[in-house]
Structures are given as C-alpha cells and as structure tokens.
Design a protein around this ligand. Structure first.
Ligand code: AMP
Ligand code: MG
Length: 356
C-alpha cells in the first residue's frame, strides 16, 4: 500500500457539485429564486475550516457566516492547548487541586469527553497527552519507548482525575501530571457550535467542514439529504459508500495522516490509553461516525479507532452510527452498526466517482 493511499484512506467528502446543479435546475424550472452557495474559510485548530450556506439573501448569508467564523476563532482561543491563555492551558498550568474558572463551552466539551470516556471504557481519554508526546518523540528519534517510559506516561493519563464542577463553573486537575488535550473532540464541537450560529441567523441549509469533520444544517436547498462520500482506501479516486444525512454530522478518524515510522513500522497518532501503545495496524484503517452531535461523532471516531469492532456495542448504546474499514491485503472488510444501512442509498448508487 502506497503511503499516499493510506493517507487519503479515511477521506470523506461532501458530494456537492451534482447537488447544487440539481437544486438550481429545480428552482429555475419552478421560477423560485435560486439559492446560491456562500463560503468562507478559516484556519483553526490546525486545520482548514469551511463554513458554507445556501440562500438567495447575500447580506444574511455574510452575516451568518461571519458569526460562525467568529465563534470558531473564539472557541479555538478557549480550547487550544497551544494558546497559553486558553481555558485548557490555564487548567493545565494551575496547581493540582486548584479549581480554575472556565467558560460554559469548555465545561460542556469536557463533560461530553467524560461521557465518551466512560462509555468507551477509557478508549477515549483527553488526558492522553503524556503518551502522545512520548510516541511523537519516539517517532522523531526512531526508537521505540521503553516499557518503563510507557508506564510512567500512562500513570499521568486518567480522565477521572479531571474534576468538573458545572455549578461553580470550574475545572480542577485532581493530581499533578494530569493534563488536558482536546484534539480528538474539539473539531467536532467547534463545527457544531458554528453550525448553531448559522441556524440562529435563520439559515436553512449549510454545513461546517472542519478538516473533514462535517456538521450539516438541515438538508440540501432542494430538500434532498446531504450526500457524503467515503473514499475507497485502495483507490482514493473512487467513493466506496455514499451516505445520506440530514441534520447530522459525519466525522472520520484513524486516517494515518499523522503517523510515525519506527523500525519500518507505522504508528498512528492515536493511542490506546489502556495499554499506552500507539495504534499500529490490525485495527480499522478508518472509522466514519454519524451522529446528531458533531462533538460525539468526533470523540467516537477516535474511540472506535482504538476499540475496533469490539466497540460496536458501546457505540450503539451511545446512539452513534459507524462504519469501520479494514484492509486485509487488497481486500476491504467493512463492519458497520445496524443503523448505518439506513444512511446509505439504494444499491447501484453506492460506487460513485468522487468530485462528481
Ligand atoms: P482524532 O483525529 O479526532 O482521532 O484525534 C486524534 C488526536 O487526539 C491525536 O493527535 C492526539 O492528540 C489525541 N488522541 C490520541 N489518542 C487519543 C485517545 N485515545 N483519546 C483521546 N484523544 C486522543
Ligand atoms: Mg476525534
């Protein structure tokens, strides 16, 4: 498998061009004003974020999209551990046991993270930072970490040691060494928040795409569901599955876009916090999750990358739908939640050329 294929293996894309053309011809035939697409991009959370709305009111579109972009920037300032003034940095820098006042959104995302940690049996854990650093350094030096170094980092990973007091509006690290890294949930959370701005501004159709984590508002302007293509991991010019979604988010994880190579073996940027090991094959090459909550979809895509098909029961209890792709040589094996079939169109439309 060429690295380029693996890198694109998880890619999901909104299949738009055909949709908008269909919408336009429908509207023009019926004589109703044509909805137009308005986009704005911003770089945030280390990725490219696009906010798109479909409307015939340009002024309203610009106002809505600007509000969404402001929200994305504001939340990035709160949630990024690279900004020393963010809520996350202030919590990480405070002494253990000292409650730190944070914004409502920070409490909310930590609360959702805690829920997924509990439901996934610890496969998802926002305190995984020390292990992420250890494996990143191992990748840079080309030497596997020692069992002792893994054990030492693991002792600093414990989601239960992040204490949330919703009433007081505070977060407390229960002991030294514990730190928060929201990389695996923040993109989804922020996409959903930005989508909330579009809705509040009266937009009826649109989406926010945060580096492939996509939150959708309602349906296409022509009333049809959004269509999202999941790339074939063997041939990224082809779409393996097309999902039909309404008012939902689609998030993919485990694409090995970020990985280290040690002794010729690839290690994912996703860690199994239960063992302290970086994922290294055998598991799904990609996990796509659909949920009404983009934050939950993001967190579960990461959790299911760790759990593989063993996590299907937990995902079902959490109410998210998922598609896991495995590569057995050149063969693709798909594992999906029972409700996932409802998201796919009838046979015959399933394999579609990308970029249609
Ligand atoms: P994602 O791309 O959403 O799967 O998030 C992956 C990022 O989240 C990594 O780059 C790490 O910073 C962090 N991370 C790695 N493993 C985990 C895990 N098991 N639980 C939560 N966050 C993780
Ligand atoms: Mg994630």
């Amino acid at each position: 498998m060429k690295p380029a294929n693996l890198r694109r293996a998880a890619a999901v894309a909104v299949l738009l061009a055909a949709l908008t053309a269909a919408a336009f011809s429908l509207r023009s035939r019926t004589g109703v004003a044509r909805p137009r697409r308005f986009d704005k991009n911003v770089t945030a959370m280390g990725t490219f974020v696009t906010v798109s709305v479909f409307t015939d009111d340009q002024a309203a579109a610009e106002e809505a999209v600007d509000a969404a972009i402001d929200t994305i920037k504001r939340l990035e300032r709160l949630l990024s551990r690279f900004n020393p003034e963010s809520d996350v940095s202030r919590v990480n820098d405070a002494a253990a046991g000292e409650p730190v006042s944070v914004q409502r959104e920070t409490l909310e995302v930590l609360d959702l993270a805690r829920l997924v940690s509990r439901q996934s049996g610890g496969a998802f854990d926002v305190t995984v930072g020390p292990l992420v650093v250890l494996w990143r350094e191992a990748g840079e030096s080309g030497t596997l970490p020692t069992p002792e170094a893994i054990a030492a980092a693991r002792s600093k990973v414990s989601w239960k040691d992040v204490l949330i007091d919703a009433e007081a509006g505070t977060v407390t690290r229960a002991r030294e060494g514990i730190s928060i890294d929201l990389s695996a949930i923040a993109k989804g959370y922020v996409a959903a928040a930005a989508l909330g701005d579009l809705r509040a501004a009266g937009m009826e159709s649109g989406f926010v795409n945060a580096g492939g984590d996509i939150a959708f508002l309602s349906v296409n302007p022509d009333g049809s569901p959004w269509r999202v293509g999941v790339a074939d991991p063997r041939d990224d010019t082809r779409t393996l599955r097309v999902l039909h979604v309404r008012d939902a988010a689609v998030v993919t994880s485990g694409d090995y876009e970020q990985f280290s190579t040690i002794d010729g073996k690839r290690y994912s940027h996703i860690i199994d916090p239960r063992t302290g090991n970086a994922l290294e094959g055998g598991g799904p090459v990609s996990v796509t999750v659909v949920s009404q909550s983009a934050a939950l979809a993001d967190a579960w895509a990461t959790a299911l990358s760790v759990l593989g098909e063993d996590g299907l029961g937990a995902a079902r209890e959490a109410g998210v739908e998922c598609l896991l792709l495995y590569l057995d040589g050149e063969e693709i094996r798909t594992v999906e939640s029972p409700g996932f079939a409802d998201l796919t169109p009838p046979l015959g439309q399933r394999t579609t050329h990308r970029g249609e």
